[in-house]
Design a protein around this ligand. Structure first.
Ligand code: GDP
Length: 195
C-alpha cells in the first residue's frame, strides 16, 4: 500500500475511546527500543510521524494511526521497561490483555524482536501469549542492516526456534535504514486486514 494520509487518533486506556469505524486493526508490539516507531514510519512513508522512544515509559496508552482511511495501526506501548513500577506494569498488562483478547476488529499482531540477538524472555512470553489466543502473528526481526546478509537465515532460524513459532505465523527480516522487508510487511498486513 502506498500511504499518503495518516491521522493519529490518540487513545486513553479506556476502550470507550477506541475508534468506532469498524475498520480492521493491526497491532504492533515489542520491547522499547526494538524499532517499533522506526518500522511504523517506514510503513507510512514518514520520517518522524510515530514518536520515538525518547520518553521511556511515558506513553501508557494505545495509539491508533488511521492509515489511508482504511485501516488502523495500533501502537502498543513497549514492554520491558525496567523503570516502571509493578502497579504500572499491571495496569499496562490489563489494558493490553483487554484490547488483544476482546477487540473484534483486530486482524493480527506484528511482534518486533531485535534481529541481532535471540528473542528475550519478554519476547517469548508475548509470542506464547498471542499464540494461546490464536491471534495471527507476524514476527519482524528489526535492525537487520546491522548483521551481514549471509547470516540472516541463521538468525531468522534462531528467532523461529526460540519463539517456537507456529507454521501459520510469519517471520520477516526488516531494516528501517535500508527499508528491506517493507513490501513483505505490507503484504502481510494487507492480506490479514483485507483478506
Ligand atoms: P521503539 O522504542 O521501539 O519505537 O524504537 P525506535 O524506533 O525509536 O528505535 C530505537 C533506536 O533504534 C533508535 O535509535 C533507532 O534509530 C534505532 N533503529 C530502529 N530501527 C533500526 C534499524 O532498522 N536499523 C538501525 N541500524 N537502527 C534502527
Amino acid at each position: 500500500m502506498e500511504v499518503h494520509e495518516v491521522e493519529l487518533v490518540m487513545s486513553a486506556v479506556d476502550p470507550k475511546q477506541y475508534p468506532t469505524t469498524g475498520q480492521p486493526e493491526i497491532a504492533l508490539v515489542g520491547r522499547s527500543n526494538v524499532g517499533k516507531s522506526s518500522l511504523t514510519n517506514v510503513l507510512i512513508n514518514r520520517n518522524s510521524y510515530a514518536r520515538t522512544s525518547s520518553q521511556p515509559g511515558k506513553t501508557q496508552t494505545l495509539n491508533f494511526y488511521h492509515v489511508e482511511s482504511q485501516l488502523y495501526f495500533v501502537d502498543v506501548p513497549g514492554y520491558g521497561y525496567a523503570k516502571v513500577s509493578k502497579a504500572e506494569r499491571e495496569k499496562w498488562g490489563q489494558m493490553i490483555e483487554t484490547y488483544l483478547t476482546s477487540r473484534e476488529t483486530l486482524r493480527g499482531v506484528i511482534s518486533l524482536v531485535d534481529g541481532r540477538h535471540a528473542p528475550t524472555k519478554d519476547d517469548q512470553q508475548m509470542y506464547t501469549w498471542l499464540s494461546y489466543y490464536d491471534i495471527p502473528v507476524l514476527v519482524v526481526a528489526t535492525k537487520m542492516d546491522k548483521i551481514p546478509k549471509a547470516k540472516w537465515n541463521k538468525q531468522l532460524s534462531l528467532v523461529k526456534k526460540t519463539l517456537d513459532m507456529k507454521k501459520s505465523d510469519g517471520l520477516l527480516a526488516f531494516s528501517a535504514q535500508t527499508k528491506a522487508g517493507k513490501e513483505q510487511v505490507w503484504d502481510w498486513i494487507e492480506s490479514h486486514a483485507f483478506g
